[in-house]
Design a protein around this ligand. Structure first.
Ligand SMILES: [Zn+2]
Ligand SMILES: [Zn+2]
Length: 383
């Protein structure tokens, strides 16, 4: 009788242990294919996430496994400093959510950055202090003192969601404002960047400020729920993120790149950033399969364009050619090949031409209301 009991005991406890192990091993990571550019590594980063240690809904380890599954390289844990609705159930330690995530990240190769979100009514609003050393030293209701302490610790200071106005929360078409508090911080060297996209909201005015004032642009998820509740991964959606062009995959290199303004914002199917970075990403994403074509006169023909990246590109003609008509709209889906049609305007056109086809890439935003201009060059001979 006793022996039988022992066997029952073993079977009940060993089987669940095995199934936990197997479940942990079966999760997989979706890689996001975006080329490295200009000798830098393109790192996918989210510098704004919440956990149960403020008003988020998940334990810090979940932020790490989500980031790994979604193909990210780095996340910052940025729980609110002044808003902790679960504090009655938790220890009072502003470093704790980072510490838990950091420890867990070792098995995943995800970089976890220590941050905190200063949470004041607008103005001045919310600020993420990234790369701080000790969040407990920031525990004050005086935002100026907290930001100064953060800077002393080497923080990169990001103004979050500049549209947000407590308590009204006008998310759509709301006017953003450069308040005197922002002016003061900026003039004292206490502002390094702005979230021009938060969650799914893009603020062209904030993009303009970054250009005018030489501040870094960022786009982040500000996720509170589990990411799978907010983004539909079965439809290839991804969280809003910041692409960082870093010397290598390390926290130090990310900080250096942020300080040097080497970032692009990636949200929905859109990239926002400087012409230099977006042109390079586009050029390194596509290959034109036929550089020289020989065709019979008068015929419509195609060139094949392969997009090797995970970013779909949407091209629209930005000019005309005197001898040839060409597709006005060209959609290049991710990891696919698409055709671009070309036809001589006159049926009897013969001879050689080096065609330069002018386009705009609609979803690559280089100015607040302007897209990347580029050209497709193709040599042809009509016989
Ligand atoms: Zn906030
Ligand atoms: Zn937040």
């Amino acid at each position: 009788m006793k022996k039988l009991n022992q066997i029952t005991f073993i079977s009940v406890f060993i089987i669940p242990l095995f199934s936990i192990q197997l479940t942990a091993q079966s999760i997989s990571r979706k890689e996001i294919k975006i080329p490295d550019i200009l000798g830098f590594k393109t790192l996918k980063c989210d510098f704004h996430t919440h956990t149960i240690f403020s008003d988020g809904d998940v334990w810090p380890t979940i932020r790490v496994s989500e980031a790994w599954k979604e193909g990210l390289d780095a996340i910052a844990i940025t729980d609110h400093l002044e808003y902790r609705p679960h504090q009655g159930d938790l220890v009072k330690n502003f470093n704790r959510s980072y510490e838990i995530a950091k420890e867990y990240s070792k098995d995943f190769g995800i970089i976890v950055i220590k941050g905190i979100e200063i949470t004041q009514a607008m103005p001045p609003g919310h600020f993420n202090l990234l790369f701080i050393k000790d969040a407990n030293l920031l525990d004050t209701l005086d935002y100026n003192a907290a930001i100064k302490e953060g800077k002393k610790q080497g923080a990169f200071i990001q103004w979050n969601h500049p549209f947000w106005k407590n308590p009204v929360f006008p998310r759509v078409n709301s006017k953003v404002e450069w308040f005197k508090q922002q002016k003061e911080l900026y003039e004292n060297g206490l502002l390094d960047g702005i979230e021009i996209v938060n969650e799914r909201d893009y603020y062209p005015d904030a993009f303009r400020w970054c250009k005018e004032k030489n501040l870094t642009i960022l786009g982040n998820s500000d996720i509170h729920l589990p990411t799978g509740y907010f983004y539909d991964f079965s439809k290839d959606q991804h969280r809003t993120m910041t692409l960082v062009f870093a010397e290598n995959k390390s926290e130090e290199a990310i900080k250096e790149a942020l300080t040097a303004h080497r970032t692009v914002v990636f949200f929905s199917d859109t990239l926002i950033g400087s012409d230099r970075f977006l042109r390079e990403i586009f050029n390194k994403s596509i290959t034109i399969n036929e550089a020289k074509l020989e065709k019979e006169k008068g015929k419509l023909f195609y060139i094949m364009i392969t997009n090797n990246s995970d970013i779909p590109y949407s091209l629209i003609a930005n000019g005309i050619d005197k001898d040839f008509e060409f597709s006005t709209d060209v959609y290049l889906p991710a990891r696919s090949t698409a055709r671009l049609g070309i036809k001589p305007k006159k049926d009897d056109f013969v001879g050689m031409r080096n065609l330069i086809l002018p386009y705009k890439v609609k979803n690559l935003i280089t100015e607040p209301f302007e897209s990347l201009k580029m050209e497709i060059s193709v040599g042809i001979e009509m016989k």
